[in-house]
Design a protein around this ligand. Structure first.
Ligand code: ATP
Ligand code: MG
Length: 711
């Protein structure tokens, strides 16, 4: 969290009594169960310091966060609290921990240390192949179903045994073929990053004992959003001593749709009878007006654990409701509100120090809602970033390059091979590749291994074999260089040479109709190279231009870590820009000013009445409504000083425009009618924004900006 706490207290300052109790309880299992903004994450960071003070080595402590971004933030917080020794602490997500375990010990499962991690697109295309379908939508459905099986600890055989009908049986067989391919490609998918470590710990006593001995204490943030497999991993990591600290809030459980289960919270006291439960009641984040709205909204949900939450930050500004004609009007009103709050007139009561761009965030239910806002922000020259949307690594050009790099660390990665051999095109045609594929599967070789097989000449003409050999030799040389390239400076030379050799810039310009789009893509490539080079260490410059000496790594080592990163800059929170974020990605974060947009039935709560929904019944709909309500609660509780919620009188649904109804959650906030009237100053600003819109930048500048943000 980049903003100071609402009380203005520096991060390193105090803990209340309940927080201290949780921090000082070090020799057994501990659960901190408390509402939003009550300092749960703060307990984790302080406890890391306390454990080190009590004699644990930093390397003996693991703190598990929900996202890479949260991990980066916690590292920063820990560093400012305990200094350099924070570096040794393992602060990462469950998935990153899984990667570490598999790279170290995956050998006993037959996995090479350089295995590849497949992204969702790779998985879809492998499934298409395994299931004999050309339809991506069907393959994605299979992906969901298989992922659910995997999360429940089922392999293909078990899935087939418990299949309820022919459809499920067929799917289980597709899963078996999918798993075979993954093994052949020495690849794992995201579910495997949790499932395989579980298998390692459960079935291999020596690995389990090693990890249990290595870890003195494990801390888990956002515990309410762990799934059953993650809980099993945690249990096996901490062993019978159960030295762990879990912190969470059942009212903020918002990943039920991805298999997270509140059962994990219920089971803790049963599985660990010695569990110490600490409850926190003071919210240090939000004003009373905001907290009251939050408490009112979550009220109707059934309670797993009763909780009370109070704030001493004063009543503060009333929560505002913005009625908007449509999406564009909504965006204009938000622009006007940001400008008005920065001008500061109405904020006497709550202090006017929160006027930086980074003090503002716009939160929404679904990614597509950001687009209108991005346009309005660009027009009004408001700097912003979109988080939780399409990640840098989802862009085609970055995926191309990652495909190449993956292939260098894992020659068996066939999907990466296909991407590299065809991007840019190098005169190796479809028929050649098809023949190579058939040959490889016939002899149970990877595509790369097949390149050098003596009998390849029996299935392909000499010319084709020649081009394939040339490609193989190029890869081998590249791998050799990557292994011997160490430090940022050499890494830059390596990357530049490589891109020149494959003529990637020309490929981008050939592939794109618009030169501006191609230029934006190329500039993404440059950003990527710069970022990769920095990770190779040595003498590097930080954002402020200061030269630092960082630990040197080889290009090949760095390449092995990239698959898991979802954003190019782990420290992007530092930039002074407005945040546009989905509610899901906003979990755990806070901003002085929050605008929660699109609070309209059908968006928030999200389509509850979806027709054709499989297995939709009254109970599942009620459960989904409860999860949507928790999402609203998460959104409201991100706000420190001011909160506005907006709804649309007309909204788009597919190609149609339909009448909008204010979200039921707005009524549930129980706002005083006198506080929701419009502010005339905002109207004036909206008019100005409208004026600015007409004087919009040239179409070329827009196209460039759009291409840069990937839309
Ligand atoms: P969430 O449920 O949203 O994850 P949380 O319970 O993890 O919230 P934190 O993010 O740890 O809460 O804390 C919320 C804010 O309150 C932070 O700005 C934090 O620095 C501040 N805070 C927490 N505890 C204290 C305290 N004892 N004194 C002063 N400020 C505090
Ligand atoms: Mg938190």
């Amino acid at each position: 969290m980049s903003t100071p706490s609402p009380s203005g207290a520096p991060l390193a300052s105090g803990l209340n009594l309940a927080q201290q109790e949780a921090v000082n309880y070090m020799h057994g299992p501990c659960l901190v169960l408390a509402g939003a903004g009550s300092g749960k994450t703060r307990v984790i960071t302080h406890k890391i310091g306390r454990l080190i003070q009590a004699g644990l080595k930093p390397e003996q402590i693991a703190a598990i966060t929900f996202t890479n971004k949260a991990a980066a933030e916690m590292r920063e917080r820990a560093k400012s609290l305990i200094g350099k020794s924070a570096r040794g602490v393992l602060i990462c997500t469950f998935h990153a921990l899984g990667v570490r375990m598999l790279r170290q010990d995956g050998g006993v499962l037959g996995l090479k240390p350089q295995f590849s991690i497949l992204d969702s697109d790779d998985v879809t295309s492998i499934l298409k192949d395994a299931g004999g379908s050309t339809d991506a939508a069907t393959a994605r459905q299979w992906q969901w179903a298989i992922s659910a099986w995997k999360n429940n600890g089922l392999n293909a055989e078990q899935a087939e045994a418990q299949a309820a009908n022919d459809e499920e049986r067929t799917l289980a067989r597709i899963m078996a073929r999918y798993e075979e391919r993954l093994t052949a490609y020495q690849s794992v998918d995201f579910d495997d990053l949790i499932g395989l470590p579980l298998k390692l710990l459960r079935d291999h006593a020596e690995v389990r004992e090693k990890w249990q001995a290595a870890l003195g204490h494990v801390l888990v943030d956002e515990y309410q959003d762990t799934n059953a497999t993650q809980y099993e991993v945690l249990k096996l990591l901490v062993g019978e001593r159960g030295r762990f600290t879990a912190v969470g809030d059942d009212d903020q459980s918002i990943y039920g749709w991805r298999g997270a289960t509140l059962d994990n919270l219920k089971r803790l006291p049963v599985d660990y009878p010695a569990l110490k439960v600490v409850k926190l009641e003071q919210n240090y984040r939000s004003t009373s007006a905001i907290l009251r709205a939050a408490n009112n909204v979550i009220g109707p949900n059934p309670k797993l654990y009763p909780k009370t939450l109070f704030s001493e930050l004063g009543e503060g500004e009333p929560v505002r409701v913005l009625d908007c004609d449509g999406e564009e009007h909504e965006a204009d009103r938000v622009v006007a509100r940001i400008q008005s709050l920065r001008a500061g007139g109405e904020l006497q009561a709550v202090g006017s120090q929160y006027k930086d761009w980074k003090d503002f965030s716009v939160l929404y239910r679904a990614n597509h809602q950001a687009r209108v806002f991005e346009k309005a922000f660009r027009r009004a020259q408001i700097p912003y970033k979109v988080s939780g949307g399409q990640s840098f690594f989802d862009r085609a050009e970055i995926k191309d390059l990652c495909g190449w790099l993956r292939l260098l660390t894992n020659n068996d990665d066939d999907p990466a091979f296909m991407r590299a051999v065809t991007t840019p095109k190098r005169g190796i045609g479809h028929t050649t590749l098809q023949a190579l594929g058939t040959f490889a599967s016939q002899y149970k070789l990877s595509l790369f291994e097949s390149l050098f097989s003596n009998s390849l000449g029996t299935v392909l003409p000499a010319k084709a074999v020649g081009s394939l050999h040339e490609f193989g030799r190029f890869l081998n040389e590249l791998e050799y260089r990557a292994r011997h390239t160490v430090g940022a400076e050499d890494a830059r030379v390596f990357l530049t040479d490589w891109l020149k050799d494959i003529d990637y810039e020309r490929h981008l310009y050939d592939a794109e109709d618009s030169e501006t789009v191609a230029a934006a893509r190329w500039s993404n490539v440059m950003d990527f190279c710069d970022w990769m080079a920095q990770r190779c260490g040595g003498q590097i410059e930080d954002a402020a231009g200061t030269t630092l000496e960082k630990e040197r790594k080889s290009m090949l080592e760095v390449i092995q870590t990239i698959a898991l990163l979802s954003t190019i800059s782990e420290r992007e929170g530092e930039q002074d820009v407005v945040t546009l974020s989905t509610l899901h990605a906003a979990k755990g974060l806070e901003w002085p000013h929050v605008m929660l947009i699109g609070c309209v039935e059908g968006l928030l709560p999200f389509k509850l009445d979806e027709e054709n929904e499989l297995g939709s019944n009254a109970e599942s709909i009620a459960q989904r409504l409860q999860e949507e309500r928790r999402l609203m609660y998460v959104g409201i509780t991100r706000a420190q000083r001011t909160l506005a919620v907006s709804w649309l009188k007309r909204r788009k649904k597919g190609r149609e425009t339909i009448a909008g109804t204010p979200s039921r959650f707005i009524a549930e906030m129980g706002l005083d009618k006198t506080t929701v009237k419009e502010d005339p100053r905002e109207k004036i600003r909206a008019l100005r924004a409208e004026f600015a819109k007409r004087a919009a930048d040239s179409a070329a500048a827009q196209a460039l900006a759009e291409a840069k943000t990937g839309h």
